[in-house]
Write a protein that binds this ligand. Sequence first.
Ligand code: C5P
Length: 221
Amino acid sequence: MDKLGERVTIAMDGPAGSGKSTVARRVAEKLGLLYLDSGAMYRAVTVLAIQHKTQTNIDKLIELVKACEIAFDDNGKKIFLNSSNISDQIRTPEVNRLVADIAKVPEIRKEIVRHQQKIGAGGGIIAEGRDLTTVVFPHADFKIYLDASVQERAKRRFTELQSQNVDTTLDSVEDEIRTRDEKDTSREHSPLRAAEDAIQVDTTGKSIDEVVDFIVGIVAD
Ligand code: C5P
């Protein structure tokens, strides 16, 4: 590795279902890095909004976000909001539906980005989301943009939800992903886009191991 493993910063972006979290988690394990799931933080804010019924009262929600504590444990596997474990709550269909509208609020992004930059300040991290390569860590040592066809991404999410016994259909998962893609790429602040200097990886038809090995190979070169 030309960058010492424990100092390196890898930033990864891509749309829902592109494989970012699974791939980043495995790369983190292989290289001994901290794993940062930035989407989980926007999901935590969405849970906060649901708890306080402030989905439409954005000013109130901003105050709550400024005062709240979001923390990870078990290298990103568990997430806590004000000390309570919300790891399951952040993955509900209701949160899926609401999160993109909450994540588009600039004041909320500012708070969350600040928190993420603090977590990553010492390096030794792989962080994934929608604006990690463009806004949060624009000077990361490695920038990767993962993508896959919408059909493949929907199939992956559907299989994941089925294994969790969530009652849904492939069509509704695909609709939800398309809607979220549209909101994430067209919003005014920090829209999802590939950074100019990001390495683009199309994961359609590729196994997780193939993508993980490719990324580990780039970093270890
Ligand atoms: O990555 P995940 O699908 O869990 O992210 C949930 C939502 O959080 C995204 O659809 C997007 O609206 C928002 N998000 C974001 N910026 C990030 C990560 C996630 O706006 N860096």
